[in-house]
Design a protein around this ligand. Structure first.
Ligand code: DQA
Length: 138
């Protein structure tokens, strides 16, 4: 059984309530159930933190044993050399995910410290971006 983890960064705990016109009106807890039902062949873990160092700790903790990490580092995508370095340091493959199309938004969202070290990037498909990322590991 493939062991994957979704790691969500800052403010993604507010999905469903946060700017629903951009991020939709579903909570991630609800969507996680949808994903687990859709991919019964995957052992799917979930972690969310608003704190940069906690995200790095989690990446280090799982990054040598899991088959893959699906990472939406949210705003830290655009700022965090530390998370970028963590991805470089581990052996598990990382797929970068974004709910929105960051390239159709503000200029500061066009920069990613994750992409250069990611296996691939999926963005702009709403929550379906997570499904596509899981599929990329199957
Ligand atoms: C996001 C895009 C980021 O620019 C933003 O800071 C987020 C969410 C997305 O999933 O679309 O918090 O990563």
């Amino acid at each position: 059984m493939k062991k994957l983890i979704i790691i969500n960064g800052p403010n993604l705990n507010l999905l469903g309530r946060r700017e629903p016109e951009i991020y939709g009106s579903q909570t991630f807890a609800n969507y996680l159930e949808v994903l687990r039902k859709k991919f019964p062949q995957v052992e799917l873990e979930y972690y969310q933190s608003n704190i940069e160092g906690e995200l790095i700790d989690k990446i280090q903790e799982v990054g040598f044993s899991y088959d893959g990490i699906i990472l939406n580092a949210a705003a830290y995508t655009h700022t965090s050399i530390g998370i970028g370095d963590a991805i470089k340091a581990i052996s598990s493959a990382v797929v970068e995910v974004h709910i929105s199309n960051t390239f159709s938004r503000e200029e500061f969202r066009h920069q990613s410290y994750i992409s250069p070290n990611a296996k691939g990037v999926i963005l702009g498909f709403g929550l379906l971006s997570y499904d596509l990322a899981i599929e990329s590991f199957l």
